[in-house]
Design a protein around this ligand. Structure first.
Ligand code: SAH
Length: 250
């Protein structure tokens, strides 16, 4: 290892199994003394964590907060201050909705060296696994990735739904299952074509992956009927017409 002690590694484990994790991620995980993890990396990766490391489940899965973010940050800092190599393991990429940015700030504030290990994000890889490219010259020259965690009915929403409804690009929503009904209402209300194709991909790149394909006006009811659950990626836009049920799972 190039850094010996008291370092925090913000590590993205990629969207699914071991084969989509970077070599650097594997390296820092295997050399870690402490690993703070949640369930998002998935079974295969969690089962591969080294025995010698102290492993702490700080899991927040599907919106259920087992430990608050503040506690996670305190833990991270206290282990690093004991001169330990600490891995904060996250699904996908650590800087896309993983609160990695906040954890980076905390480390900086405590003068703890940090290495960020990027990961393949589910936002792009999960649609790709069913043949959906997030951009395509014919369908979309821009893509917006957003969190569906925010209640779109909220006045002071941080997301510009009005703009989104009229934007011509692909929309990728993470953490959007719970609010899907409200999200589709708000998009249609603001002018999105109700016939716009939508795909929901649950547990992408995992053995039990499942897709639901519909349109903006049908997708919410379909999701209720099929009991769609997080984690799932929702893709909205013309690129969804390229969907193929021949899964590309490495
Ligand atoms: N940092 C992660 C995203 C964290 S937010 C990344 O880059 O992928 C958590 C959300 O990511 C989930 O609610 C879900 O919307 C999405 N997600 C992550 N992995 C997924 C997977 N394998 N299949 C489907 N959705 C996934």
């Amino acid at each position: 290892m190039d850094k010996k002690n008291g370092t925090v590694y913000l590590v993205g484990s990629g969207p699914g199994g071991l084969s989509l994790m970077t070599r650097r991620a594997r390296e820092v995980i295997d050399n870690a003394q402490v690993i703070l993890y949640d369930q998002l990396p998935g079974e295969e990766i969690l089962a591969s964590l080294p025995e010698h490391a102290e492993k702490v489940d700080v899991g927040k899965f599907g919106g259920r907060h087992v430990r608050e973010q503040e506690e996670i940050e305190e833990l991270m800092v206290s282990y690093a201050n004991k001169n330990l190599r600490v891995v904060r393991l996250k699904g996908g990429d650590p800087f896309l909705f993983g609160r990695g940015g906040e954890e980076l700030e905390i480390c900086r504030a405590h003068n703890i060296p940090v290495e960020v290990v990027p990961g393949i994000t589910s936002a792009i890889a999960v649609p790709a696994s069913v043949g959906i490219p997030v951009t395509h010259r014919k369908y979309a020259s821009q893509v917006t990735i957003l969190t569906g965690n925010e209640d779109p009915a909220k006045e002071e929403s941080a997301i510009d739904w009005e703009w989104l409804a009229r934007s011509r690009g692909t929309i990728v929503i993470l953490m959007g299952v719970k609010n899907l009904g409200k999200i589709s209402d708000v998009l249609i209300l603001n002018g999105m074509d109700p016939e716009t194709p939508v795909a929901i991909i649950e547990r992408g790149l995992r053995p039990d992956q499942r897709e639901t394909i519909g349109t903006m006006s049908t997708i919410y009811n379909q999701s209720v009927q099929r009991g769609v659950r997080p984690p799932a990626v929702i893709v909205i836009g013309g690129v969804v017409s390229l969907y193929s049920d021949e899964h590309i799972i490495p």
